[in-house]
Design a binder for this molecule. Structure first.
Ligand code: HEC
Length: 94
């Protein structure tokens, strides 16, 4: 009987987690606006020889820059920021 109740939080977590590609572009923009213009502007995201060449690579680079800033973003923050940058500048497919 008890194990039935233990399953409920997992069910809720999977419902609120949503689909894997979901991200919050507004939150991502806010994070980037607030934290990411100390060393470079938007121009690095659109320059001809840009470093990032894939969607997973974008997440990695966001994480690298975020860590070098000494921030401690949650995975969700990294996903939101990378999702926003992809939507706005990189336009990689999934
Ligand atoms: C401590 C300085 C610093 C800060 C702050 C910083 N970055 Fe960076 N970022 C770099 C450097 C250095 C590069 C490499 C640029 C180059 O090669 O000229 C880079 C490159 C990038 C690239 C790849 C650009 C390309 O060529 O495709 C992305 C994406 C990026 N940063 C995202 C972010 C995000 C998101 C933040 C905010 C969390 C951030 N950066 C904050 C230093 C920084």
């Amino acid at each position: 009987m008890k194990s039935y109740f233990l399953a409920v939080p997992f069910l809720l977590a999977s419902l609120t987690g949503g689909p894997a590609q979901a991200f919050d572009a507004e939150a991502g923009k806010q994070l980037v606006d607030d934290n990411c213009y100390a060393c470079h502007g938007d121009d690095v995201y659109t320059r001809p020889n840009r470093m990032v060449t894939s969607r997973p690579g974008l997440t990695k680079q966001v994480q690298r820059c975020e860590l070098s800033l000494g921030l401690t973003w949650f995975d969700e923050d990294v996903d939101n920021a990378a999702g926003y940058l992809n939507q706005q500048f990189y336009h990689f497919g999934k």
